[in-house]
Ligand binder design. Structure first.
Ligand code: ATP
Ligand code: MG
Length: 575
């Protein structure tokens, strides 16, 4: 039996969507039930259809995720649209375990060692959203215990990013505020014989850890508390000694093999100066801080999973309250890494313009590109807190953004690589354009004398003798054309709307200005930086654009949405 083409098309789209929802692997049972859900009438034939569906499914499952996504765009362009925009206060986050209304406390703990990016936005939005959901509290805590990497500039950038996201923390603090308290807890662990000063060199430590063998310092520690006083009193210098947790050197979880709790860092702390040199690691500071801050639910990204055992044990030994620890996946985009580790070299090697380069997924970069904080929030919440590591496409963020800016953006004309057309026998004309085709956004007037510019791309198709319509203006017939000089001459024919002639966009010479659009493209191709990642479009825009202030979102017809940067340029946001 021949299976209906329509059913096959439907099956392909359902399989692709299912695969993209579940880490690239669609499941036959859920695909079949979805097919039946949309076409109940084929129930009697389903047995005949299954083998074919299975064949398509196996093929699709064998493709890399980016190919699945490309296929879905081809087969069903609207298939990548977010399922449903989250209504105000209606979050898609699942309930928190052991959460009580009014008592939930969450925190976002960035290290001020770089500029905030969309991954941080994910963590911050989810934390804040949970606090809101349970009428609880949200803390912004700078986890600043490595003065080597931290700078005031980064604290400020994070504060700015958080406030741009419209997140207002109930409390803002620094882990470094509690440094002496953290020292006290360190001393307590030593006194309980659950931590010790280790003076082995780094190679020995590394070597013994990998072999699972305790070092002499650990063995001696019970009799030798002297070193503890020394390390707290500043006797040792950087790399001469550390404090280690007395864990289990045989543990299969290598994190438990006597991890570092404190190390000596010589550089001056941006908030505390140079007096303090003994700084806790994240492994020690995070559980203590979460516990004393009253955090009930500590959300962190999945890579910390193996550290949870240590987190809980430290608090148990110190008889401190243990928060619930919840993991979620790190956000990464296809072709656009977010981590500081990958972005910093691009900034340092000047491959991009700085941290606010519109190609970057930093909050400053996204803002400059014209992505709204509301779109980021909706996007992040639409991802939920799954552990699955699928890399969403940036197009999903863009489609949330489009929904927000579409109704606020005036539509204007820009011609890329202008081609000049002089119209003989044309009467000067004033055309009135609506600023938005369907919404009430006012009008603008455009004066046309006898010269217009069209884009070179449109001009490529022109031939002498051809009649075209200049959109909303009139019809002209090409009488002479020089494609090298990018010039042509035409004659006015009439104003009648004709079905079968090309309709071409234009700007009037009289009412236009030289204009530049920066268009960010994929930052990476595979693992390599894309040296063509910033395209520059140069042409003419309607001079009306200069009446709009910087940061205004507009839509250049046929090109896409842009954010106005200044009087002469804009940044391309997305289609
Ligand atoms: P980076 O790799 O960019 O330096 P990080 O994890 O070192 O990231 P921190 O400042 O230490 O950055 O992280 C602050 C919080 O933000 C942590 O809770 C971390 O789990 C979360 N976070 C960082 N990057 C991401 C991401 N890509 N997706 C989700 N959460 C993230
Ligand atoms: Mg970090």
């Amino acid at each position: 039996m021949d299976i209906d083409e329509e059913i096959i098309k439907l099956a392909e789209v359902i399989i692709l969507k299912n695969a993209l929802d579940y880490n690239g692997k669609a499941r036959l049972d859920s695909v079949i039930s979805k097919i039946l859900g949309s076409k109940p009438e084929i129930k009697t034939q389903i047995k005949n259809i299954i083998p074919k569906v299975k064949e398509i499914l196996e093929h699709i499952n064998s493709l890399p995720i980016h190919e699945q996504r490309d296929l879905l765009i081809v087969k069903c362009p609207q298939g990548l649209e977010p399922k449903k925009v989250i209504e105000k206060n209606e979050s898609q986050l699942p309930p928190l375990i052991k959460a009580e209304l009014g008592k939930v406390i969450t925190r976002f703990p960035p290290e001020p060692n770089g500029y905030p990016h969309i991954g941080h936005a994910k963590a911050a939005v989810i934390d804040q959203e949970y606090a809101k959901m349970y009428s609880g509290k949200f803390i912004l805590r700078f986890d600043d215990t490595n003065p080597l990497n931290e700078k005031i500039e980064y604290y400020d950038a994070i504060m700015e990013g958080i406030s741009w996201l419209n997140i207002i923390p109930d409390l803002i603090k620094n882990t470094s505020d509690d440094i002496y308290l953290l020292h006290d807890y360190g001393k307590k662990l030593i006194n309980k014989n659950r931590a010790y000063v280790c003076t082995c060199n780094q190679t020995t430590i590394h070597d013994l850890r990998s072999k699972g063998i305790p070092c002499q310092c650990r063995k001696d520690s019970e009799y030798n508390l002297e070193n503890s006083d020394k390390i707290f009193n500043g006797y040792y210098h950087q790399n001469e000694a550390i404090i280690r947790f007395k864990g289990n050197m045989n543990s299969n979880n290598t994190v438990m093999r006597d991890p570092t709790l404190f190390r000596i860092i010589g550089s001056s702390h941006p908030k505390r100066g140079e007096k303090i040199t003994l700084w806790p690691t994240y492994d020690f500071a995070a559980p203590i801080e979460d516990s004393i801050d009253g955090v009930t639910h500590a959300l962190r990204t999945k890579e910390y999973e193996l550290r949870n055992e240590l987190y809980r044990l430290i608090l148990n030994i110190l008889d401190m309250r243990v928060p619930e620890v919840i993991e979620f996946s790190r956000l990464e985009f296809e072709g656009l890494p977010v981590s500081k580790r990958k972005l910093k070299p691009l900034v340092e090697d000047k491959k991009v313009e700085g941290w606010s380069d519109p190609r970057l997924p930093t909050l400053m970069g996204l803002k400059r590109r014209g992505i709204t904080p509301e779109a980021i929030r909706r996007f992040v919440l639409s991802l939920g807190i799954t552990l699955s590591e699928t890399k969403p496409s940036i197009e999903i963020l863009e489609s949330f953004n489009r929904k927000i800016i579409d109704s606020k953006s005036k539509r204007l004309s820009f011609v890329n690589v202008p081609f000049k057309i002089t119209i003989k026998n044309a009467e000067p004309k004033e055309v009135i354009f609506k600023n938005h085709p369907s919404l009430e956004m006012g009008y603008r007037k455009i004066n046309v004398k006898n010269i217009v510019y069209i884009s070179n791309q449109d001009a490529e198709k022109l031939k002498v003798g051809m009649e075209i319509r200049l959109i909303e203006l009139y019809n002209i017939k090409i009488s002479w054309i020089d494609k090298d000089k990018k010039e042509g001459i035409a004659e006015y024919t009439d104003d009648i709307l004709k079905e079968n002639i090309q309709k071409i966009q234009w700007v009037s010479e009289q009412d236009s200005i030289k204009y530049k659009i920066l268009k960010p493209n994929k930052l990476f191709i595979g693992d390599k930086f894309n040296s063509n990642s910033l395209e520059i479009l140069e042409g003419f825009a309607e001079s009306f654009v200069t009446t709009l202030s910087a940061d205004t979102m507009i839509q250049f017809i046929r090109l896409g949405f842009c954010r106005i940067e200044d009087n002469k340029s804009a940044i391309f946001t997305h289609k």
